[in-house]
Design a protein around this ligand. Structure first.
Ligand code: G3P
Ligand code: CA
Length: 328
C-alpha cells in the first residue's frame, strides 16, 4: 500500500486531552478511497471515472453494486435506472409501478434488465454531455482494470430487495471475487478487497461466505447511530466487521470520541465523503480539510470524489512541520 499515506501522529499530544490520547491509536495506514472512481470529474462509477481515478493513485476504488436480470454485478448506485440513464426513452414500457407516500412512481429496476439491455443505455449524459453514450460498467470490468494495481472497495446495495426476489447479491459478489482469485488474503496481496454495506446482514453473510478473508466495513447513516456508533453499538459491530463507515458529519466534533472508541475496539473508521460538511472556514481547501480529518481526528480512510486532492504525507515529516503545512 502507498507509503505516501502513512500517517504520523506525534503532535496529537498537543491537541488532545490525556484521556483521549490514552485511547488513541496511530492510524498507520490511512487510505484514500476513490468514491465511484473520480466521481467529481466523471460519471460516478463509470469506466471513465475508474480509469481517471487509477491515474490519481488512490489506495482503493469504490463502487456501488446492483445485480442485472442475468446475474451480472453492475456498478451503479441506484436500484433503478431512471435518474442516471435514458432508460425511459429506450425502454418506455419496462417500468414497475411503486406506491410511495400515496403516489404511484415508475421505477425501471436494474434487475429487470439483462446486461446486454443495460449496456445499450447512455449513463454518461446525466453528468455532462461530453460523456454521452458512456455505458454502465460491470464489476468484472472494474476488476480487470484494477487487479494488481489498486484495491477494490465494493458496496452491496439493496440486499433486501434482491433477497425478496430470491437472489443473493452477497453470494454473487463472493463468487465473482472467487472467480478472480480475490477471495483469499493471498489473492488480495496486490489487490486488497474491502466490502462495505449499510446492511448488517449483508456483512454477516459475506463473513459466512468468505470467512476472515474479507475486510468488512459497516456503513452508518444517522438512523443507525444507536446500533452502530454508541459504545454498545461499536461493541456489536466489532463482533462481525472490521470497521465503521459513518457519514462524515457524524464523527466531527463534538462527536469525535466515536473515532477513538471505534479504535479502542479494533475498528477502522472510514468516513464519507470529504466534500460533505465541507469545509469549516479555517480550512482553505479540501486537501487541508482532509489533513485535519486524518491528522487531528485520526480517521483511517476517506472516501473522496477527488482522489487527486487526498493529502500526500511524507513519511519523514515531523508533527510540527505537518501541522505547519496543514494550516498554510
Ligand atoms: O459508500 C460510501 C457512500 O457512498 C455510502 O453512501 O449512498 O453514496 O452509496 P451512498
Ligand atoms: Ca457507495
Amino acid at each position: 500500500m502507498a507509503l505516501r499515506h502513512v500517517r504520523y501522529v506525534f503532535f496529537t499530544a498537543a491537541v488532545l486531552p490525556l484521556s483521549v490520547q490514552a485511547q488513541q491509536q496511530p492510524a498507520q495506514d490511512a487510505v484514500c478511497i476513490a468514491h465511484g472512481g473520480a466521481g467529481g470529474y466523471a460519471p460516478f462509477s463509470s469506466m471513465s471515472s475508474f480509469t481517471l481515478a487509477l491515474s490519481m493513485k488512490p489506495d482503493y476504488i469504490e463502487t456501488d453494486l446492483q445485480l442485472s436480470k442475468d446475474g451480472v454485478l453492475v456498478c451503479i448506485h441506484d436500484l433503478s435506472l431512471e435518474d442516471q440513464t435514458d432508460v425511459e426513452d429506450l425502454y418506455p414500457n419496462r417500468y414497475t409501478n411503486v406506491e410511495r407516500n400515496g403516489q404511484t412512481l415508475k421505477r425501471w429496476y436494474v434487475n429487470d434488465f439483462t446486461l446486454a439491455e443495460l449496456k445499450a443505455l447512455d449513463s454518461g449524459s446525466w453528468f455532462d454531455p461530453k460523456f454521452k453514450g458512456e455505458p454502465l460498467a460491470t464489476f468484472q470490468e472494474l476488476i480487470d482494470l484494477a487487479k494488481g494495481k489498486v484495491g477494490l472497495y465494493p458496496e452491496t446495495k439493496d440486499p433486501d430487495f434482491y433477497a425478496a426476489r430470491g437472489l443473493d447479491i452477497n453470494e454473487a459478489l463472493h463468487e465473482l471475487l472467487k472467480k478472480n482469485g480475490l477471495d483469499t488474503r493471498e489473492g488480495q496481496k496486490t489487490t486488497p478487497v474491502i466490502i462495505q454495506s449499510f446492511y448488517e446482514q449483508s456483512l454477516k453473510r459475506l463473513r459466512e461466505l468468505g470467512g476472515d478473508n474479507y475486510t468488512l466495513i459497516q456503513l452508518v447513516w444517522f438512523d443507525q447511530w444507536n446500533d452502530c456508533m454508541t459504545d454498545k453499538g461499536l461493541d456489536r459491530v466489532a463482533t462481525y466487521a472490521n470497521g465503521v463507515g459513518p457519514f462524515l458529519s457524524m464523527v466531527l466534533p463534538p462527536n469525535e470520541s466515536r473515532i477513538y472508541e471505534a479504535h479502542k475496539r479494533g475498528l477502522k473508521v472510514h468516513v464519507w465523503k470529504a466534500h460533505e460538511a465541507f469545509p469549516p472556514a479555517r480550512f482553505p481547501n479540501r486537501k487541508s480539510y482532509m489533513k485535519y480529518l486524518l491528522d487531528d481526528l485520526h480517521v483511517d480512510g476517506i472516501f473522496t470524489d477527488r482522489p487527486d486532492e487526498f493529502p500526500a504525507v511524507e513519511p519523514a515529516a515531523t508533527s510540527a512541520s505537518r501541522d505547519e503545512k496543514s494550516r498554510t
